[in-house]
Structure formats: C-alpha cells, structure tokens
Write a protein of this length. Structure first.
Length: 308
C-alpha cells in the first residue's frame, strides 16, 4: 500500500492523536505514514471567543478541504469538534476506542470545585462547561478562556486563574494526569458530545484507505457517538451550545443521559433513556425530544435570541 499522509492540527494534543493513529495503522497493516500539520481557523483565532468566530467546524474545516484537494489521505479529529453535517464526499471509517469522557479541574493548591473560594476565577472555552459550573457554583467567577491545553494550565501556574476545567482524556494522553485536582462527575459536569473519542475522516471514494481504517474502528464507541450526535442534531446544537451528553453500553443496553443548561446556570434540564445498541440513533433523537418537552426548547430559544 502507498504511504499515507495523515492530516492534523498542530497543537500538542492533536499531534499526540495523529501519532497514535499512525502507530495503530502501522500495527494493523505495516503501512508507512507521515503526519502533515495544518493550521485551522480555530488555531489562527486564539484570542476570540468561540461564539464570536462561529464554533461550528472551525477546528476541522481546513483539514476537510485538504482531504478533498488530495493533499492528505486522512484527517484525525476529536469527535467533539466535528459538526453533525459531513461533506458528501467524505466519511468516517473509524471511531477509535473512547478514553475517559469526564472533565476535570486543575486548580492552584489542589482545590476541588466545592473548596474553591467564593469569587474564584475559573476558566474554560466551552459554554457547556461554563453553564454547568455556574449551575453548580453560582458564586464563582467563570470566564471564557481560549488556548491549547498547555496554555490554559499555565494560566493557573501564573496565578491569573484559580482553576481551569479541561477534558481528562487530554491530560491523560499528554501524561499530565498528576496535575488534576478533581475529576468532575458527569452528575456535576456532563461531557461534550463525543468527548474522549477520536475519529478518522477519509474520502468516500478511497476504498483502500477506508478498508484499512475500518480495522481501527471500535463499534461500542461508534454506537455511543452515533447516539450522542443524533441527539445534538435533533437539538440543532453546535459545539457552542450548552448541551452535555454521555452514552455508554452497560449490560448490553445503550444508556444515554443528556442535559441542556442556560448560560447563567439558572435553568437546567436533564433526561435519559435506554435502548439496544442497534437503536442508538433513535435513542439520541428520543432523548432530545424529551429534553425539548421538559424545557430545553425554551433555553435554546433564549440563546438564539441573545445571539440574533
């Protein structure tokens, strides 16, 4: 098989993910691969909030363009960065085994969410995290904080922030688990859709690449991701809407829990249901409808008016 070009963003975490895929490819096929770094819109606009620059697809657009142009053969993404609509000439032949889905707190002095002082400054770029933090601790000063994981951790080290909330999987992958002050339960901070999972995108017409990548697919993770993304699509939410979702397989049943939270944290709607793994997409749509009926429609409409 010809050498494969793997497209990736240039952040430490993105490069780790691309190298992980390169090693997995070599393990299953002995195929040689090189990593091609591509700067995305999200990387170029580090100082603007994700809501200002339009969060949907800003971390993958240039990678998909490179795929379509043929300058790379596959692209490695964090599933949580992928919009629910995929260009027709592209597809995802592999969703790799999911790592820890939870968020975690990195705080000065090893503080926990409950032990942080009143008015403590806590940073995160995610509206989902911001809203849930305000719901759990309305007395905190929760602020929008962009930047790669290492940049955000330095904000705590310098004393500019008392704490940051980041994905645990990212710290685990980079070997920084010892910096975690507290792992946040999904009951406190529901993960993002697709959090902890890596997806590999390729051209639909490239059957050879698709067949090879299929060997890296983890069906249990794919089904969980399908359920979560079906919910997101039904709610018409991008990555910058405060929606959390977590699907997992327990005793041969797919469980999906999800929440929608107002930006100020005052309104919080949570629902869940179970189904067989074969019905994962239907499960996502069903839980989304339950959320809308329980009050999520009002929260999402309010957000639409605030932006409009």
């Amino acid at each position: 098989m010809r050498p494969v070009r793997i497209g990736s963003r240039g952040s430490l975490l993105a490069k780790w993910q691309a190298e992980f895929v390169r090693k997995q490819l070599f393990h299953v096929t002995d195929v040689e691969a090189e990593i091609v770094l591509i700067k995305t819109s999200g990387d170029k606009l580090q100082h603007a909030s994700l809501t200002q620059i339009g969060g949907k697809g800003i971390f993958i657009k240039e990678l998909e363009e490179a795929l379509l142009e043929g300058t790379i053969d596959l692209a490695v993404h964090s599933v949580k960065d992928i919009p629910t609509d995929t260009p027709p000439r592209l597809f995802f032949p592999a969703v790799c085994r999911r790592e820890d889905v939870r968020d975690c707190l990195v705080a000065s002095g090893g503080a926990t969410l409950q032990s942080l002082r009143k008015g403590a400054r806590v940073g995160t770029s995610s509206l989902r995290r911001q809203a849930q933090l305000r719901h759990a601790r309305p007395d905190l000063d929760v602020r929008d904080l962009r930047g790669n994981v290492d940049t955000r951790l330095r904000k705590v080290e310098s004393g500019e922030y008392d704490a940051v909330v980041v994905a645990k999987a990212g710290l685990d992958r980079l070997g920084w688990s010892q910096r975690i002050s507290e792992i946040l339960s999904p009951d406190v901070c529901m993960p993002a859709v697709g959090q902890g999972a890596i997806a590999i995108e390729a051209r639909a017409a490239d059957a050879e690449i698709g067949a090879v990548l299929g060997k890296l697919d983890h069906s249990e993770t794919r089904n969980a991701v399908i359920a979560e993304r079906a919910l997101l699509a039904e709610l018409q939410g991008g990555c910058q809407v405060p929606i959390g979702a977590w699907a997992r397989l327990e005793k041969q049943e797919m469980i999906l829990e999800a929440c929608v939270v107002s930006l100020d944290g005052a309104e919080y709607v949570r629902e869940g249901a179970t189904a067989s793994p074969e019905q994962c997409a239907e499960l996502g749509k069903y839980v989304a409808r339950r959320l809308l009926e329980a009050g999520a429609s009002h929260i999402l409409e309010q957000m639409g008016r605030q932006r409009g």
